[in-house]
Ligand binder design. Structure first.
Ligand SMILES: [Zn+2]
Length: 113
């Protein structure tokens, strides 16, 4: 087996893709991260999963503009921050939270699969 490696655009470390989060820009110019990004065509930017430090340093160095080869607005950066946090939450504690939420909410939290 070989593990694909990518460079985090924040800290510039080379890591296995399993430790990184893919970020892309959807057709409507909305940034998407994680699984949602897999369904979007286009250039990928990679960040260490869950690392706000890498996200911030990528933003401040305009690494997204370079990775995506397009201009990146502050609205896109805001949306990206939300997407990034959401993707990380789904990735990490999803299982436990889901069990917990199921007690209170019943049906709406279901479709994370
Ligand atoms: Zn990083």
């Amino acid at each position: 087996m070989h593990t694909p490696l990518r460079t985090c655009i924040g800290c510039r470390q080379v890591r296995p893709v399993a430790q990184l989060l893919r970020c892309r820009v959807a057709a409507d110019h909305r940034p998407v991260c994680g699984r949602a990004a897999d369904r979007v065509a286009g250039r990928s930017a990679w960040l260490c999963t869950g690392s706000q430090a890498c996200l911030r340093s990528a933003v401040s160095r305009r690494a997204f503009e370079r990775a995506w080869k397009r201009s990146v607005t502050t609205e896109m950066i805001d949306a990206l921050g939300n997407e990034f946090a959401a993707a990380v939450h789904g990735h990490r504690g999803g299982h436990m939270e889901q069990l917990h939420a199921a007690d209170e909410v019943g049906c709406s939290a279901g479709t994370k699969g």
